[in-house]
Design a binder for this molecule. Structure first.
Ligand SMILES: C[S@@+](CC[C@H](N)C(=O)[O-])C[C@H]1O[C@@H](n2cnc3c(N)ncnc32)[C@H](O)[C@@H]1O
Length: 240
């Protein structure tokens, strides 16, 4: 059974995830930084640094949301970053941000499904995702399509929540994720379920070796995992 945001509603995971992000889009950036005490910004920077030596010119940011990972990728001085997402609400917030920061000539945000990307194969020098893969309806399908559009020799960088394994971080994190985060999330986003879905989806999602196995299964080589902040998040990389 896949974890969905609204258990009492009909509709597949993809449809529910899209409407959940539409609902919380206006408060998403604020909640991200507040609930992670700003650490999410450092995690994104660290993930992008893993592409420094690759000097990618054309980058695809999957599940771009409001575009923060795409903005971070500009540190690599690419010619262009294309961001795709299934939530029009998140993309609209992202487009406003790009305009305000005068980045709209470098970052293009498009409505698109990671499981059915509308790009030809071998197009991108790098394909990146932050906090997106956990939300895919069909993880293997999404990762396979990411592999398809990546150039041979290109790198994927995936940042995602993982589960701390050691005492006392494991217990502290579990308490925070189960009891504190959903309450703050609910009050600020006004969405009853979005921040309950977050810990539930992290709990059910493969991390560490399990995730690398799936990356290898869909064709990525030289896969690696780097854990961040006691294992709260991990960065996965793989080469086509
Ligand atoms: C937690 S947000 C992450 C946004 C951004 N990458 C960040 O780091 O802040 C997850 C995003 O994944 C998007 N998403 C989920 N499933 C998707 C799919 N199949 N294709 C494209 N985007 C998807 C959601 O709409 C949402 O905007």
């Amino acid at each position: 059974m896949s974890v969905v945001p609204y258990k009492d509603q009909k509709g597949g995971k993809k449809q529910q995830v899209a409407s959940m992000f539409d609902n919380i889009s206006k408060k998403y950036d604020l909640l991200n930084h507040l609930l992670s005490l700003g650490i999410d910004i450092i995690w994104r920077k660290k993930a992008i640094r893993l592409l420094k030596n690759d000097k990618p010119r054309l980058i695809l940011d999957i599940a771009t949301g409001t575009g923060d990972f795409a903005i971070e990728a500009l540190a690599l001085k690419p010619e262009k970053v294309i961001g795709v997402d299934i939530s029009e609400g998140m993309l609209n917030e992202g487009r406003k941000k790009m305009k305000q920061r005068k980045l709209d000539h470098l970052i293009e945000l498009q409505l698109g499904d990671s499981e059915k990307l509308l790009f030809e194969e071998n197009k991108f020098d790098a394909v990146i995702v932050s906090f997106g893969v956990r939300n895919f309806e069909n993880l293997e399908k999404g990762l396979t399509d990411m592999h398809r559009v990546l150039k041979p020799g290109g790198k994927t960088v995936i940042l995602e929540f993982s589960k701390p394994k050691k005492f006392p971080m494991k217990q502290a994190y579990s308490f925070y994720f189960r009891y504190i985060l959903p309450q703050i999330g609910k009050i600020i986003s006004k969405d009853q379920s979005a921040y309950t879905y977050l810990p539930e989806s992290v709990k059910a999602f493969p991390d560490g070796r399990d995730f690398l196995d799936i990356l290898e299964k869909v064709g990525f080589k030289k896969t690696q995992c780097k854990t961040l902040t006691f294992g709260i998040s991990s960065i996965y990389t793989g080469i086509k």
